[in-house]
Design a protein around this ligand. Structure first.
Ligand code: IDC
Length: 296
C-alpha cells in the first residue's frame, strides 16, 4: 500500500510504477451523502477506481465559511476508513478556489494538516493535497512559501505519505515548479488539472516540460467538458489527454461524483441513488470516465 515518489514516477514498495485512477467528490459541504461504503464500493468494483478524492472546499459554505467543522472532520474520517477497508487510496483535498491565495488562511491550513496528519500518520493509503487551485495573480513563489510551511507541519507527524501541491493558474503552471524547487520534495508531487474542452496542446506542453525538468506531475482533477465544469464534451481533446496520461503513467482523477445539473457531474440530475449506479443513472461524462477507468 505504501507509495513513494521516485524521480517523476509514483511507485509501490516493490518498485513497480503505480497509476492512481479514480473519482473526486464534489464539495463535501454540498454532497456528504456520497461518502458511504456502498458508493465507494461501486466505484471500486464497477468503475475500477483505486483512489477517491475528498474535495473539502474552504470557501463557498465550506470548512472556513460556515460548515460544521466537526462534521467535515467526521466525513473525512468516514472516507478514510471506507477506502482503507476497500483497499483504495484517498486524498484529503484542502479545496481552495474562490479563496484563491492559500496564504490567506495559512494558520487554519496548518491547524487542519497538523490534525489530519497526526490522525492518519499510520494510514498508508492517505494522501494530502494541500491547496487545490491557487489562482488569480498568485505566483509560484507564493505557493512555494505556503508549501514550505505546510509540508513540515505534515512531516512532523507523518514522514512518508504522499503530498500533492497545487500550482498557480488553477493548477496548470506545473512548468514553474522546477525553476524554484521546494525545500522538501520527498514524496511530493505537483498538481495539474485539465478540462479537455478548454485546455489543450498548450497545457499538455507544460506537463511535458515539467516532466522533462524532473517534476513529478499528478492529475488530481479533470473532466472532458469545459473549465466551468459544464458545457459540451470534447472527446477529441480528451483522447489526446489520455495519450499523455498513458505515455507518462500519470495518475488521474475525474471531477465529480454528484448529480448536480452540470456536465462534469457523473450522475444524471434526476438520479437519486447514492450508490449502486447502473448505466441508466450515469451522465455522458460519467459514461466516458467509467470506460476510461475500466480500461486502464
Ligand atoms: C465547480 C463545480 C460547480 C461549482 C463550482 C464553484 O463543478 O458545481 O458551482 O465549482 O464552486 C475547478 C475546481 C472545481 C470546480 C471545477 C469546475 O477545482 O471546484 O467545480 N473546476 O468549474 N477547477 C477547474 C474547473
Amino acid at each position: 500500500m505504501r507509495l513513494h515518489v521516485d524521480g517523476t514516477q509514483l511507485k509501490n514498495v516493490t518498485g513497480d510504477i503505480v497509476q492512481l485512477k479514480g473519482v473526486s467528490s464534489s464539495g463535501l459541504q454540498w454532497y456528504p451523502e456520497y461518502i458511504n461504503k456502498d458508493a465507494l464500493q461501486t466505484l471500486h468494483d464497477d468503475w475500477k477506481a483505486n483512489v477517491f478524492r475528498m474535495a473539502m472546499y474552504t470557501a463557498e459554505g465550506g470548512f472556513l465559511d460556515g460548515a460544521d467543522q466537526k462534521k467535515q472532520y467526521e466525513l473525512i474520517d468516514k472516507g478514510v476508513q471506507i477506502t482503507k477497508e476497500l483497499g483504495m487510496y484517498c486524498i484529503i483535498d484542502w479545496h481552495i478556489l474562490a479563496d484563491y491565495n492559500p496564504n490567506d488562511h495559512i494558520d487554519e491550513a496548518k491547524k487542519f494538516f497538523d490534525c489530519v496528519s497526526k490522525k492518519y500518520a499510520c494510514e498508508e493509503h492517505v494522501i494530502y493535497e494541500i491547496c487545490n487551485e491557487p489562482n488569480q495573480d498568485v505566483t509560484w513563489e507564493q505557493v512555494k512559501a505556503y508549501a514550505d510551511i505546510i509540508i513540515p507541519v505534515i512531516r512532523a507527524n507523518d514522514k512518508e505519505n504522499l503530498i500533492l501541491v497545487g500550482t498557480p493558474n488553477w493548477s496548470q503552471d506545473v512548468d514553474l515548479v522546477a525553476k524554484n524547487p521546494l525545500k522538501d520534495t520527498k514524496n511530493v508531487m505537483f498538481v495539474c488539472h485539465f478540462y479537455a474542452a478548454t485546455h489543450k496542446e498548450k497545457l499538455r506542453a507544460k506537463v511535458e516540460e515539467a516532466i522533462g525538468d524532473k517534476t513529478p506531475v499528478f492529475i488530481s482533477e479533470y473532466s472532458i467538458c469545459d473549465a466551468s465544469g459544464n458545457g459540451a464534451l470534447d472527446y477529441e481533446s480528451a483522447a489526446e489527454w489520455v495519450k499523455l496520461i498513458e505515455k507518462y503513467h500519470l495518475s488521474f482523477i475525474g471531477w465529480n461524483l454528484s448529480n448536480r445539473d452540470e456536465s462534469s457531474a457523473v450522475l444524471l440530475p434526476d438520479c437519486k441513488k447514492v450508490s449502486g449506479w447502473t448505466e441508466a443513472d450515469i451522465n455522458e461524462s460519467g459514461i466516458w470516465l467509467r470506460n476510461i477507468l475500466r480500461s486502464h
